[in-house]
Design a protein around this ligand. Structure first.
Ligand SMILES: [Zn+2]
Length: 166
């Protein structure tokens, strides 16, 4: 049978959550105070059907990868590595955070997740999770995938979506 339509699979699970602390910087000289969210991730993948299994991608594998990506940043302070207003400096087991040169926080290093993003907005977290998922999929040789869409919720009814064509 010739199929004209596209197939996509979505994984939205209660365990794809990460409870993390963060703060973001705004335009000018405004910076949020430290606070936390129960973030929740949801992913959709589009692509060709696997010729043997007749699925776009194995749910079990996708769930496992997503769980690991969430666990990696669960119960951490999320800190941006690429924010020119935020300076991070390590001293022993501690990580000092300064905002525009002024000391602001000191955290145990082990409790921090240093992320390659310019700000820990939910948009940047969605893009980061997408890039990490994509790296995992590439590493395992996944083929035929055409699109990844990552949604991250930081509060009820407050989400950002990042979509990338592969
Ligand atoms: Zn927030």
């Amino acid at each position: 049978m010739h199929r004209r339509g596209d197939f996509r699979v979505t994984v939205t699970k209660d365990y794809l959550v990460f409870a993390s602390a963060h703060f973001i910087t705004f335009a000018g000289h405004r910076c949020e105070g430290l606070h936390g969210h129960n973030y929740r991730a949801s992913v959709t993948i589009e692509g060709a059907l696997d010729a043997e299994c007749w699925f776009v991608f194995d749910f079990v594998v996708l769930k496992k990868i997503m769980k690991r990506l969430c666990d990696d940043i669960d119960h951490k302070v999320l800190l941006p590595l690429e924010n020119p207003k935020i300076q991070l400096s390590e001293a022993g087991d501690s990580l000092a955070v300064a905002y525009e040169g002024r000391p602001r926080y000191v955290f145990p290093k082990a409790d921090c997740a240093l992320l390659p993003v310019p700000n820990t907005t939910v948009e940047m977290l969605a893009e980061l999770l997408t890039n990490r998922l994509r790296a995992e999929l590439d590493a395992m040789g996944a083929r035929g995938l055409t699109m990844i869409e990552m949604e991250v919720e930081e509060n009820f009814g407050q989400t950002a979506v990042y979509r990338v064509r592969l």
